[in-house]
Design a protein around this ligand. Structure first.
Ligand code: ZN
Ligand code: ZN
Length: 237
């Protein structure tokens, strides 16, 4: 066990014991985000977004979604890449600052919870095992655990798995990055389920399309993406 690992284990619980401050302006107060900063987030959220892919857009459905038929039905995003939440989500997602989850969860609870329809199952967006091992955690799974408690909905972490490109036999064959656990499906049916796929950072809809396609092929009725940050910078360029 490395020193860094032990240090992380010790420092984070201590941060929870400190007096709560607003994550953005550092004002000492009872909530993880103060009234003013929460309002700023709310305004940021009031931009119109495409119902299907969550991209900022002036109409309900963007041009790309009108032409492409994605397998998922809806995307709910807490913020976009211009939001001040971006740094908070990055600290959690890339660097494992789990204490940041308190403010992310709080923002979701206040700003998003009432807008979304209930689901039957939560699935963390599959990640390459190598990446999870390097970081020491799988952030989508950590989100699934918390959101499962918040929405009183069960989550399953081993229904969908990611397999890296090297495991494919031929380099010319079509690459399908996700696999569904058919063994699990033989004892646990997802027929007619409404499923939420949760992930911290969504850049392009293509991978989410693949996960939704698999879930629907095995009986899911409705697939919704729950996203913390909907990043559109790469798509524009
Ligand atoms: Zn504040
Ligand atoms: Zn769209």
């Amino acid at each position: 066990m490395s020193f860094q690992f032990i240090k992380k284990k010790l420092v984070h619980p201590l941060q929870h014991l400190q007096p709560t401050c607003c994550v953005f302006c550092q004002q000492r107060q009872a909530q993880p985000i103060c009234y003013f900063c929460l309002n700023a987030l709310r305004e940021n959220l009031n931009y119109r977004q495409c119902l299907i892919c969550g991209k900022p857009n002036l109409t309900w459905v963007c041009k790309a979604c009108a032409n492409a038929s994605w397998s998922f039905d809806q995307t709910v995003a807490l913020a976009n890449e211009t939001s001040r939440l971006m740094a908070t989500v990055k600290a959690f997602h890339y660097h494992g600052h789990f204490s940041q989850m308190v403010s992310i969860l709080y923002a979701w609870k206040i700003l998003i919870s009432k807008r979304i329809t209930p689901v039957d199952l939560i699935i963390p967006f599959p990640e390459d095992v190598k990446i999870s091992q390097e970081r020491g955690f799988w952030s989508a799974l950590e989100l699934a655990k918390k959101w499962s408690r918040l929405t009183k909905t069960p989550y399953i972490s081993d229904l969908l798995t990611y397999h890296s490109k090297e495991s494919n036999v031929s380099k010319y064959s079509v690459f399908y990055p996700f696999k569904i656990n058919t063994e699990l499906l033989s004892i646990f049916s997802i027929t007619n389920f409404r499923i939420a796929v949760i992930l911290p950072h969504m850049q392009k809809p293509h991978l989410l399309h693949e996960t939704a396609k698999l879930l629907k092929a095995h009986g899911a009725r409705y697939v919704i993406n729950w996203v913390l940050i909907r990043d559109c910078t790469k798509e524009r360029g």
